[in-house]
Design a protein around this ligand. Structure first.
Ligand SMILES: [Zn+2]
Length: 390
């Protein structure tokens, strides 16, 4: 379940740090967001009294009037915060009042869980309320100027994705990471994202009364993908994730792409596959799935031929270069040329199709019903694992 990074998302980085304090319901699920994983060290600043709790023993171990640009790293037998070594591998660090936490100068809300890892590194996890997390996450995913109905639909899908992660990641060190969701912390927060999260507070998509792995990608290229092409669904794929034609992203951003790769680079990237065929003579798509995406590619060379699964082929050539699996390929003396549609895996909500629907005055519910047919919008409260929350 990986959301593709879009250039719009990176616009949020350039913004000045203006914070839109969400002030959501006091009781809401907490989400654990991996900010830095397996790093040698990081710098922490909390300009408020804060305390550290050893999460292995459940005891309060240290308090500070404030922390200013203190280095966190793995020590000989525990976690180092500045010159202080705390003899635990898991530490909860909390400001005693609502204060911004800075990790390497970037601001975050909530509290921190610090892990000393087996490799002598540290992993830093930000724990905060689901709704306040979504404000920063939505603003990190979507650029400014989007219609409110599109933002609201995206907020519900993002909340569904994260709530599902909270449920399936029980017992793990964190729920989401940059591989799941873009999140640039409190500095990314914007008023439009805050309004969309607030307007849909606590609302998720469910199917047959359960959360499901709703997903999204930048542009589906004209047909959303059946989730079973991407994940092992252990049986038949549910109706909302079967994939469908999408006319709304046509001619929107990232609908078409072209890529050229030199023959030498192409063969190097395919490594062991290219060694089986000698010199490259041809490259052909041999099978496509129902959504038009490539299932397998045939390489033909002077010494033989080899078939490569489409997903392996895209990973080897590079998923930034081959922006999707919906492509055609030609081989010429100049190299290998690709022409394709869309950006990302294509499962679930198509971000640019959502934009396209909203500018044609479709409502949030119409957008959600289009991309997740059969799914129902409902409160998260009452679903398995969230019954007593809110
Ligand atoms: Zn689309």
């Amino acid at each position: 379940m990986s959301a593709m990074k879009s250039p719009q998302a990176f616009c949020a980085l350039a913004m000045t740090c203006s914070l839109f304090s969400p002030a959501f319901a006091a009781e809401e699920p907490l989400v654990r967001v991996a900010i830095l994983q397996e790093v040698p060290n990081a710098r922490l600043t909390i300009l408020a009294p804060c305390r550290a709790t050893d999460l292995e023993k459940g005891t309060l171990v240290k308090q500070w009037p404030e922390l200013k640009w203190q280095q966190v790293e793995s020590g000989p037998s525990g976690l180092m915060i500045g010159q202080t070594e705390i003899h635990t591998d898991v530490l909860l660090l909390e400001p005693t009042r609502d204060a911004i936490i800075r990790i390497n100068a970037r601001p975050y809300r909530g509290t921190l869980i610090l892990y000393r890892t087996a490799r002598g590194k540290v992993t830093i996890v930000n724990r905060l309320g689901l709704e306040e997390y979504l404000v920063g996450a939505l603003a990190s995913e979507v650029g400014q100027g989007w219609p409110m109905e599109a933002l609201k639909a995206h907020a519900i899908v993002s909340r569904t994705v994260v709530a599902h992660r909270i449920w399936i990641q029980r017992g793990q060190p964190f729920d989401v990471s940059p591989a799941t969701h873009l999140y640039y912390g409190a500095q990314a927060e914007r008023e439009d994202a805050s309004a969309a999260v607030r307007a849909t507070e606590g609302q998720v998509l469910s199917f047959n009364g359960e959360l499901f792995s709703a997903s999204f990608s930048t542009n589906c290229g004209g047909h959303t993908e059946n989730a079973s092409e991407l994940w092992d669904m252990q049986g038949s794929v549910i109706a909302p994730l079967k994939g469908r034609p999408d006319p709304y992203c046509r001619d929107m951003k990232h609908y078409r792409w072209e890529a050229n790769v030199g023959t030498k680079t192409f063969m190097e990237k395919l490594g062991d596959f290219s060694k089986q065929i000698g010199e490259l003579r041809d490259c052909q798509v041999v099978e496509r799935n129902a959504s038009g995406r490539v299932r397998s590619v045939l390489l033909v060379g002077t010494d033989g031929s080899v078939t490569i699964p489409g997903r392996t082929f895209r990973e080897r050539i590079g998923s930034d270069r081959l922006k999707s699996l919906n492509f055609t390929v030609t081989v010429s003396p100049a190299g290998i040329s690709f022409s394709g549609f869309g950006w990302g895996h294509g499962v679930g909500l198509c971000q640019w199709g959502t934009y396209g629907m909203a500018i044609q005055n479709h409502t949030m519910d119409e957008i959600l019903n289009f991309y997740f047919p059969g799914a129902k919008r409902r409160p998260l409260k009452g679903l398995p694992g969230f019954i007593n929350i809110y």
